[in-house]
Design a protein around this ligand. Structure first.
Ligand code: SF4
Length: 383
């Protein structure tokens, strides 16, 4: 199977913690859509060839803010895709959306399109604490987010993923309980929960440098992480990847394919692709992206991955999942040398309490291992 990711690079304002590529330049919408359609036409023959007869199973409109485009504009992009590749096997079409864009009219129009049928929505709720939403410079408040989720459900899209940011400044076990309670009372099928990080160049990081915001201490973050995992599990959400939880059967098919190293085509500025055993990336610059395509040039640059880098990707992505590493699959893909290297590093460098063997023989991180996953990965990758 294969997947397609489309990056919609517009956000009307920048959230304080965000370092994803997005611009507030909605006046470029028409030029962007024209360029994107050309990218689809130029790149699809190679992608079709690379995936051979594997069916495309998932489409993901991510961003930025896909809901910054009108439903008709999203359908225009989808139609271009459908003209270029067989989409008859697509089982999941996800769209990320900001709560404040999800008006009744917007969802009504989206759910009555002729050809594009979005059947999964990922909504950027983040937290239900209005003070934090203000600090994060989100455009919605908790009430608006709650109403948006209910509205989407009323219009028939019931497969909904909600985002949660935890370990924000001054967060306590009480505020996290409140957030989780509100979140789970909306009964999403899926939850993506991320610990707040302070990325270089973001407004939030500047506030920390200026002494206006104080990040939580490491031990407080650990306490909140355990609370998050335990509470979500009790509410029926299984942790199937470090940051992702779902009700049974509602794991994100699209994201699971990233972790399985399934081929995918990434379209739009800053999008990444993976196929033919290589990664490619598009420039994270809207005007450059548009110019390249106006000149009939493919914007993707191949990274030329070595076998060692592919092995490293495989180790990291597999160990992020609860399924873990299938060591026989590792041997099949990379041969005995890599398999034996992994086993010897694991046994000599990683404390036994940080990993476990599953019933099917796969190796996965324990909760303790997840907390120090970056240092575990450093020991296991090939440098
Ligand atoms: S809406 Fe999403 S992509 Fe846009 S600035 Fe906020 S977090 Fe970043």
């Amino acid at each position: 199977m294969a997947g397609i990711y489309i990056h919609i690079p517009f956000c009307s304002s920048k959230c304080a913690y965000c370092d994803f590529y997005s611009v507030p330049a909605l006046e470029f919408k028409a030029d962007y859509i024209k360029a994107l359609k050309k990218e689809i036409r130029l790149r699809m023959p190679e992608f079709r060839d690379a995936i051979k007869n594997e069916p495309v199973k998932t489409i993901y409109f991510g961003g930025g803010t896909p809901s910054a485009l009108s439903p008709k504009e999203l359908q225009e992009i989808y139609t271009e895709l459908a003209n270029s590749i067989d989409l008859s096997n697509v089982a999941e079409i996800t769209m990320e959306a900001n709560p404040d864009d999800l008006t009744d009219e917007y969802i009504k129009e989206l759910t009555s399109l002729d050809t594009l049928h979005v059947n999964r929505m990922s909504i950027g709720t983040q937290t239900f604490n209005d003070t934090m939403l203000k600090l994060f410079r989100r455009r919605h408040n908790a009430e608006a987010a709650t109403e948006a989720v209910e509205r989407v459900k009323r219009h028939g899209i019931t497969n909904i993923s909600l985002d949660l940011i935890y370990a924000y400044p001054e967060e306590t076990t009480e505020t996290l309980s409140e957030d989780i309670e509100k979140l789970t009372s909306l009964r999403p099928t899926h939850i993506s929960a991320y610990q707040l990080t302070y990325e270089p160049g973001t407004t939030l990081t500047k506030l920390v440098k200026d002494g206006k915001v104080k990040p939580l201490a490491e031990n407080e973050c650990v306490t909140l992480y355990h609370q998050l995992v335990n509470t979500l599990e009790q509410a029926g959400y299984a942790q199937y990847e470090i940051s992702n939880f779902s009700l049974p059967g509602y794991e994100s098919k699209h994201n699971s394919s990233y972790w399985d190293m399934t081929p995918y085509l990434g379209l739009g500025p800053s999008a990444h692709s993976f196929y033919s055993n290589d990664r490619m990336h598009n420039p994270a610059a809207l005007t450059k992206y548009i110019k390249l395509l106006n000149d009939d040039k493919i914007p993707a640059e191949a990274e030329g991955l070595t076998k060692h880098e592919l092995y490293n990707d495989f180790i990291i992505t597999s160990l992020r999942t609860r399924r873990g590493i299938d060591t026989e699959e590792l041997r099949k893909r990379f041969g005995n040398t890599f398999h034996d290297y992994f086993m010897s590093q694991l046994q000599s460098r990683i404390q036994p309490k940080l990993y476990e063997r599953c019933d099917d023989g796969a190796i996965r991180l324990t909760q303790e291992g997840i907390l120090v996953s970056d240092s575990v990965f450093t020991e296991l990758i090939w440098v």
